[in-house]
Design a protein around this ligand. Structure first.
Ligand code: C5P
Length: 406
């Protein structure tokens, strides 16, 4: 998350449209953060929103007159809806109520916000904010789909407790996250735009009885960091993950699985639509032949658990005859990295393999840092030892170069 003071939004014109939701009380903080980054902020507010936050507060924080009524005798020519529409580099509607979303979807222009949106060619980002039932209502979902089809950007909502005390999807994304998204919108390369990436992450758990399983120490950090970076760069990301304690990267389509067979099934459900497959998961190579229905009792001194081989998911993807994506694998090695990595690259028919030396303390497995060696059929390179978030940036630079040549 971007928290440091910098001027990455210098001279960006941000037009904020606030509609009537309790989350409007968070908008002064958003404006403060945006101005700290150098942005100029102008605010339009609906009449209902004025019941939650005063125009005077917004005017003081933004340093600009707050606009509300469509026909306002006090407003000069400089701030009519057409000039504001041209002024904005981006329009952000936050909080955006179900009502505002419905009016936008229908093309109604009965207040300042909807009129400016209709008159503008600038990108519009919408932060839906409402009770979770209202959010899930078919009509709201249809309206959001309409906006998406018209290239509106939809940010959120997030999951959690709501003002009405219900729990679910419907909270406005937090100002800090919104600033990050705005920052990414203006400052990040969009070299993965229109590219669909499927990433597997974390460990798998292979059950033995109702409470015991075979697994490993994979944290999921690497796969989640790649997902976050790929989304930032415009990719459409699906993350199929084993049990991990990590937050879903904003914008990722997350599918939770437990064991290898589940992961295999979920991967093959959607693989034919993917451009790139990145197998980051530490998949158990074996599973118990029998999953005991009841807890195994410690009656005997020795017991046998018969293991059978799991499918190698990445190999099944790399061997696809139709709609085969570009395939990137990982290898955690404790010795002979180069030799084993090349063998895996060939044996599994991968396009690229990322190998790490897990014999180095704090490297790779269950660690925040990593040092990767990349091997493809032509060459090998070493990426810098760094935090997995930064490493994802370097890794995706290498993947996109090769994917485009492919
Ligand atoms: O063979 P090994 O487990 O070292 O290979 C690692 C690579 O293979 C990783 O990309 C991992 O996600 C993938 N893999 C898989 N299915 C398995 C085992 C490994 O997709 N059953």
């Amino acid at each position: 998350m971007t928290t440091q003071t910098n001027h990455s939004l210098l001279k960006k014109h941000i037009l904020l449209g606030i509609s009537g939701s309790i989350a409007a009380y968070k908008i002064p903080e958003l404006i403060r953060l945006l101005r700290k980054k150098g942005a100029a902020v102008r605010v339009i507010i609906t009449n209902t929103a004025k019941k939650f936050i005063t125009p005077l507060t917004l005017q003081t924080i933004s340093g600009n007159t707050v606009i509300s009524n469509l026909i306002d005798n006090s407003s000069s020519d400089e701030i009519n809806h057409i000039s504001l529409a041209k002024w904005a580099d981006i329009i952000i509607l936050a909080p955006a109520t179900a009502d505002l979303i419905a009016r936008l979807a229908a093309g109604i222009a009965n207040d300042f916000i909807t009129t400016v949106c209709l008159a503008s060619t600038s990108p519009v980002a919408v932060a839906p904010t409402m009770n979770n039932q209202m959010y899930h209502a078919t009509v709201t979902q249809d309206n959001l789909k309409k906006l998406k089809n018209r290239k509106y950007i939809i940010w959120g909502p997030t999951y959690g407790i709501q003002a009405c005390n219900s729990i679910g999807l419907g909270r406005m994304i937090e100002p800090l996250i919104m600033v990050d998204l705005i920052n990414n919108y203006f400052n990040s390369k969009k070299d993965f735009k229109n590219i669909k990436i499927l990433i597997t992450a974390g460990p798998t758990r292979e059950n033995i009885d109702p409470i015991r399983f075979i697994s490993n120490y994979s944290s999921g950090y690497m796969g989640f960091a790649i997902a976050k970076e790929a989304i930032k760069r415009g990719a459409e990301v699906t993350l199929i993950t084993g049990p991990v304690y990590l937050k879903t990267p904003f914008g990722a389509n997350r599918i939770n699985i437990t064991n290898c067979m589940d992961m295999h099934k979920q991967v093959h459900k959607i693989i034919n639509k993917q451009n790139i497959f990145i197998g980051c998961a530490a998949v158990s190579d074996y599973r118990s032949k029998t999953i005991y229905k009841h807890k195994i009792k410690k009656e005997k001194n020795e017991i046998n658990i018969f293991l059978i081989k799991n499918p190698d998911i990445i190999s099944t993807v790399a061997n696809l005859k139709k709609n085969r994506p570009y395939v990137v694998g990982f290898a955690a090695e404790s010795e002979n990295i180069k030799k084993y990595a090349y063998e895996k690259l060939k044996q599994k028919k991968l396009d690229l393999i990322c190998a790490n030396d897990i014999s180095i303390p704090n490297n790779g497995f269950n660690s925040k840092n990593n040092k990767l060696y990349l091997f493809d059929k032509n060459k090998s390179i070493q990426l810098p030892y760094c935090d997995k978030n930064e490493l994802s940036h370097y890794l995706l630079n290498e993947i996109i170069k090769r994917y485009e040549k492919n």
